[in-house]
Design a protein around this ligand. Structure first.
Ligand code: NAD
Ligand code: UD1
Length: 340
């Protein structure tokens, strides 16, 4: 039996792009996803782009039977764990749902991995675990902060679980990837981000304004201590993130313990800079109004990505224009996303 990679949440935004990257380098992939925030059309398109097939299992990471059957049927060498819920506002309204999916679900997965003797894992964490550091850029040795919402806390909890697990059993090899702000889409324009309902995040909102689905963008505050007063973030192209996963996967297969890597570009852009760049890439206007700050937002956040470069040989290759152009190509070609 050939060794395969299990991708939980592989039908989602980052999971689908990473699944494609895995297939493109010749790895075999099993995707487990309950399609709670995605469509299996994304996976069919992944197969179309690379001309290779994957195994898709529709199911929940909280279902131990599905996991045991999966590990029995497929020889899995490592797991890339993307499955989880990610909407900050929703997490405040439905905390139990978030802790159940993200924390209980992850523990269910780790238990099944241990039963199957699979100890290699890459986990999707977030820069949100740093809270609001006073200094920029953010490196991995910064203390984790106090996340302001259940989503953020669920990420930090899973990080802690993995640290304890690795201390208890040296066979575990874990990569904690702390993503900054993932944006963009595959350059084909065939797969991309397909948020449910009105987007919470900046880029999907901006692109839906540009295409006319939404009237105008609300800029959440212009009185932050940043050069133009609007929030500054480290936006990273999803294809660069996918490449980062390949590098992390290679690395964890050769090491043990818990390793943390920031995946960011090291460059921060303000909301107004994003609006201008998107207008340039799309040739469309993005009307906006400045409104109150959004509660829980921080002023600025960008990565020190050097550790990933040093240890993984990875760095982000795509610039702001690539991120905007690829988002726009996906938006134009798929005004209804995957149509679900
Ligand atoms: P996404 O919602 O597009 O993908 C997550 C996938 O997991 C979806 O396909 C969903 O159907 C699936 N899923 C959710 N709960 C599940 C469960 N219990 N069992 C099986 N499948 C389940 O999100 P994404 O943007 O691709 O994010 C992937 C991961 O990266 C998430 O863990 C997220 O928290 C983390 N992350 C995302 C961002 C971001 O801005 N997109 C930033 C930092 C971290
Ligand atoms: C959000 C989440 C964070 C998560 C990250 C990546 C919150 C509070 N935080 O971070 O936990 O890890 O996404 O998915 O939701 N903005 C506007 N108008 C909008 C939308 C956003 O002005 O309609 C601004 C924000 O104030 C911020 C920037 O754009 O300055 C980026 O916002 P967003 O895309 O939501 O990401 P984060 O707030 O960084």
């Amino acid at each position: 039996m050939t060794e395969k990679i299990l991708v939980t949440g592989g039908a989602g935004f980052i999971g689908s792009h990473t699944t494609l990257a895995l297939l493109e380098v010749g790895l075999e992939v099993v995707v487990l996803d309950n399609l709670s925030n995605s469509s299996d059309i994304a996976l069919r398109r992944v197969e179309d782009i690379c001309g290779k097939s994957l195994t898709f299992i529709e199911g929940d990471i909280r279902n131990s039977q599905i996991l045991d059957d999966l590990f029995n049927e497929h020889r899995i060498s490592a797991v890339l764990h993307f499955a989880g819920l990610k909407a900050v506002g929703q997490s405040v309204r439905m905390p139990l749902n978030y802790y159940d999916n993200n924390v209980v679900g992850s523990i269910s997965l780790f238990n099944a991995m241990a039963r199957a003797g699979v100890f290699n894992l890459v986990f999707s964490s977030s820069a949100t675990v740093y809270g609001e550091p006073t200094q920029m850029p953010i490196s991995e040795d910064f203390p984790t902060g106090i996340p302001t919402n259940p989503y953020g806390r669920s990420k930090l909890m899973v990080e802690d679980v993995l640290r304890d697990l690795s201390l208890s059993d040296p066979r575990w090899s874990v990569g904690l990837l702390r993503y900054f702000n993932p944006v963009g889409a595959h350059e084909s324009g065939i797969i991309g981000e397909d948020p449910n309902g009105i987007p919470n995040n900046l880029l999907p909102y901006v692109s839906q304004v540009a295409i006319g689905k939404l009237k105008h963008l609300s800029v959440f505050g212009n009185d932050y201590p940043t050069p133009d007063g609007t929030g500054v973030r480290d936006y990273i192209h999803v294809q660069d993130l996918a490449d980062g996963h390949l590098c992390a996967l290679q690395k964890i297969l050769q090491t043990n313990g818990v390793n943390i890597w920031n995946l960011g570009t090291g460059i921060g852009y303000s909301v107004l800079e994003i609006i201008r760049a998107f207008e340039e890439a799309s040739g469309r206007a993005v009307p906006y109004q400045v409104v109150e700050r959004r509660s829980g937002d921080i002023a600025q956040c960008w990565a020190a990505p050097e550790k990933a470069t040093r240890e993984l040989g990875w760095s982000a290759k795509r610039n702001l224009l690539d991120m905007m152009t690829d988002t726009w190509r996906w938006q134009l070609g798929n005004p209804q996303g995957y149509g679900h």
